[in-house]
Design a protein around this ligand. Structure first.
Ligand code: ADP
Ligand code: MG
Length: 323
């Protein structure tokens, strides 16, 4: 059963050099209880997609040029601020890459979790406190009732990310969007946080969108994967299918460079060149200027996201020749 469906979403930013599109014609869906991984290099449009779903894109400079975002059947684009606020928390919640920027330094973590629950549920101070402690325990913060009085700076990076998860999960969202939730953490803590997200998915039956630049994170968490490049989806497949039979040259490049969570790296050595700035994307296939298999036809038109069966799609005109 589909929980979230994004259709042909296109967003742009107003910049000094004019309007540039950040994401173009993005479509995907997330089923109830499913973990969808979104992977791609920095700048490929992953966070913009997440923020658009949350209704948190800064508009202006951002603008939605077209498409639909449906959550449990409700169109979110054009929903009032109040309705979006009601949805954030019990409907969709998000954790960000750098927890220090999203935790408020002047309030204790207890106050911040309690404020979140009370914004959505009629609970007494005592009930809200108990719920916050329960959630902190659940995300693995020891001596939770004492830690409620701590300020964010008193916690380690890993603990802050756990607190962010507690805030995101305290209203029991049906969809958790985790945007590079472990990128700022060392590898041991990273693995613990990913395990925790998997456990909580099973326990709460929530769907998860996990956003990363690391194929290792995808391998350990996702059921299905979306590969993004320069604002577009270039491949989509069930996780085993993607790792066993990658179709797009970009996906093959990603798989050649980061095989495990332990070897995290933001630069993808195996693919020469850089992701193009939005205003400098090549015509036709956005990856054509970095692709070892490109032929002149690749720059003539945008390749459609073609269906290769078994929920496996790829946007490359050379897939059959490369197979
Ligand atoms: P990712 O999360 O995949 O690293 P983003 O979604 O943050 O990438 O960015 C996608 C594109 O949108 C990038 O080209 C980025 O430069 C552009 N972008 C993001 N935020 C802004 C902004 N506030 N103003 C202008 N451009 C932006
Ligand atoms: Mg990002």
């Amino acid at each position: 059963m589909t929980l979230l469906s994004v259709e042909n979403l296109t967003t742009a930013f107003q910049t000094e050099r004019g309007q540039v599109t950040a994401i173009e014609d993005i479509s995907f869906s997330v089923d109830r209880g499913e973990i969808l991984g979104i992977v791609g290099e920095s700048g490929s449009g992953k966070s913009v997609t997440a923020l658009a779903i949350m209704g948190l894109l800064p508009m202006p400079p951002a603008r939605i040029l077209g498409g639909h975002i449906r959550f449990d059947g409700t169109e979110l684009l054009g929903l009032s601020d109040r309705a979006m606020q009601r949805l954030r928390g019990p409907g969709v919640a998000m954790v960000f890459q750098e927890p220090m920027t999203s935790l408020n330094p002047v309030f204790t973590i207890g106050e911040q979790i309690i404020e979140t629950v009370k914004a959505h549920e009629r609970l007494s101070e005592r009930e809200a406190f108990a719920r916050a402690v329960e959630m902190l325990e659940r995300v693995g913060i020891p001596s939770a009732s004492m830690r409620m009085r701590d300020y964010p700076h008193q916690l380690s990076g890993g603990q802050r990310q756990r607190v962010m998860l507690a805030i995101a999960l305290v209203c029991r969202p049906r969809l958790l969007i985790a945007d590079e939730p472990t990128t700022a953490l060392d590898v041991t803590i990273q693995a613990q946080i990913l395990d925790l997200i998997l456990d909580l998915r099973d326990e709460l039956g929530m769907a998860v969108m996990i956003i990363t630049h690391n194929m290792g994170v995808i391998a350990e968490t996702a059921d299905r994967v979306l590969v993004t490049y320069a604002g577009r989806v270039v491949e989509q497949a069930p996780v085993d299918q993607l790792f066993d039979h990658p179709l797009h040259p970009y996906t093959r490049g990603l798989l050649a460079c980061v095989p495990t969570v332990e070897q995290d790296q933001d630069r993808l050595q195996a693919i020469p060149g850089n992701l193009p700035e939005p205003a400098r994307r090549p015509p036709g296939c956005r990856f054509s200027d970095r692709c070892g298999w490109a032929i002149p036809a690749c720059q003539e038109a945008l390749p459609p996201l073609a269906d290769f069966g078994g929920d496996h799609r790829a946007a490359c005109i050379r897939v059959r020749e490369l197979a």
